[in-house]
Design a protein around this ligand. Structure first.
Ligand SMILES: CC(C)(COP(=O)(O)OP(=O)(O)OC[C@H]1O[C@@H](n2cnc3c(N)ncnc32)[C@H](O)[C@@H]1OP(=O)(O)O)[C@@H](O)C(=O)NCCC(=O)NCCS
Length: 147
């Protein structure tokens, strides 16, 4: 159950807990990735952490590219998977005002990742293609009310 989960803006100490989830090392590297261009500033975006009794059980992020497209990413701690935490944190992130303001949201997932596909479909994302590494790319585009 997710009743005891609290979602907050992630601080560096929350993100460093995630680095210990070795079973999800590739996903962790993507989520905490450093800018490719070392002269670039830290990528613009936000991180959130889901806590259960003070322990980080999930982290989600939105990273913005230069065109202001938001890239959604999320990891659930392996021993807390399949309890609804991934759905819960992604719904929370998508409801945040700064995220609702984004017209274009994308998410790139491994083709074997049924849970992520379900969560993205349930939240209005559709499959738009594959990236160069064979990962599935999902997108959601919204129309601004004031334009
Ligand atoms: C993808 C991920 C975040 C899902 O988190 P989770 O907390 O386990 O997911 P939930 O418990 O909220 O499950 C969401 C849905 O997927 C289903 N599901 C979960 N794991 C599944 C699995 N292994 N196989 C099939 N369905 C699965 C659930 O039943 C649920 O379906 P429902 O809404 O119809 O009930 C988690 O697996 C993860 O951290 N993966 C590695 C990182 C990653 O690939 N992130 C994707 C980028 S967004």
């Amino acid at each position: 159950m997710t009743d005891d989960i609290v979602i907050i803006e992630a601080k560096p100490e929350h993100l460093s807990q995630v680095e210990t989830w070795t079973a999800r090392n590739d996903a962790v590297k993507t989520l905490l990735k450093k800018p490719k261009d070392p002269s670039a500033e830290t990528p613009l975006g936000w991180h959130w952490a889901a806590l259960s009794d003070g322990e980080v059980v999930s982290v989600a992020s939105i990273e913005l590219n230069k065109e202001h497209v938001g890239y959604l990413n999320c990891i659930v701690k392996p021993d807390h998977a399949r309890q609804g935490i991934g759905s819960r944190i992604i719904e929370y992130v998508l409801a945040q005002p700064q995220v609702k303001n984004l017209v274009h949201l994308h998410s790139v997932i491994d083709p074997s990742n049924t849970a992520a596909r379900k969560i993205l479909n349930q939240n209005g994302f559709s499959r738009v293609g594959y990236d160069a590494d064979g990962n599935i790319e999902f997108a959601r585009h919204t129309h601004r009310k004031d334009s």
